[in-house]
Ligand binder design. Structure first.
Ligand code: AMP
Length: 282
């Protein structure tokens, strides 16, 4: 039975009761419009906790003024059906007013990790993410927090926050889930026209080209970037925002030869839709 909880106090009480009985809580925070990427996190969470909690909250704090908050895709009924299908116990779906009552002003900043990549293009975004994840964790009280490697920078920022603020939570990063043709699953794919959907494949093609070079033994950062760039520069309908190779743990730029795990991350506009993708080279 999937329980839908909207009131933060009720969610907190539900979590406290499970904890008091010795149960482990696994938590998957999302903005809804669930797809197989989200469901893979929920399935992993199902294995790791007695109580599996999903949150659905389109967090205004992480959207810039010119971004897509108002038109972000929503389908609560569909989401609840999908959550049920993977054995989720609780869907926490708070209102904006419940999360951010009048007077709310606190922000959690992880400035170093948030400085580049998406943080550069979306100022304030990761403070919004860190703040809502911390709030949600205080409400849901998870033992295990599951996040996708699709949002790689977000994952590293949450890991840092959890360590820095002494949260007693295990953070689990789950692999990026793709469509059969390579497109990274994203709620924002719903914005794409059929033509843009085809054009968007340039992102995963570029990453795959670099990954193949890496698998073949190439370790020079410039060569790996060039392999990806070749698919991305001049790809019709694709406006590149960044293509960067970063240390997989610290997100510091990698130059010269790769001697440890790295992430090759890309962000691009396809039409009006901003897409991100990455591949981990390890
Ligand atoms: P969102 O609803 O976009 O905020 O995403 C909620 C969670 O699902 C985040 O931890 C994302 O990293 C994760 N996620 C989104 N898309 C994917 C995907 N294609 N593969 C794996 N995880 C994903």
């Amino acid at each position: 039975m999937l329980e839908v909880v909207r009131d933060p106090a009720a969610m907190r009480a539900r979590a406290a009761a499970v904890r008091a009985a010795g149960g482990r809580i696994a938590f998957v925070p999302t903005m809804g419009f669930l797809h197989e990427g989200h469901l893979s996190l929920l399935r992993e969470g199902r294995r790791r906790g007695e109580l599996l909690v999903l949150s659905i909250f389109v967090n205004p704090l992480q959207f810039g003024p010119a971004e897509d908050l108002a038109r972000y895709p929503r389908d609560e009924q569909g989401d609840l059906d999908k959550a049920r299908s993977v054995g989720c116990d609780v869907a926490f779906c708070p209102s904006v007013e419940a999360m951010y009552p009048p007077g709310f002003q606190t922000r959690v900043e992880v400035p170093g990790l948030a400085a580049g990549l998406c943080g550069q293009v979306r100022p304030g975004h990761f403070a919004g993410v860190a703040t809502v994840v911390l709030k949600l964790c205080h409400i849901v009280q998870p033992h295990v927090l599951l996040l996708g490697e699709k949002d790689y920078q977000q994952l590293q920022i949450v890991r840092r926050m959890v360590a820095d603020l002494d949260l007693d939570i295990e953070v689990v990063g789950c692999p990026l889930v793709r469509e059969p043709d390579g497109l990274a699953l994203s709620s924002r794919n719903a914005y794409l026209s059929p033509q843009e959907r085809q054009q968007a494949l340039a992102l995963s093609r570029g990453l795959r080209a670099a990954e193949q070079r890496y698998r073949a033994g190439e370790r020079r950062a410039e060569e790996l970037l060039a392999a990806a760039r070749q698919e991305l520069i001049g790809a019709p309908g694709v406006v590149l925002q960044y293509l960067e190779l970063r240390d997989a743990a610290t997100l510091e730029p990698v130059a010269g030869e790769l001697d440890r795990a790295a992430v090759l991350a890309v962000a691009a506009l396809v039409g009006q839709t901003r897409l991100i993708d990455n591949v981990i080279l390890r």
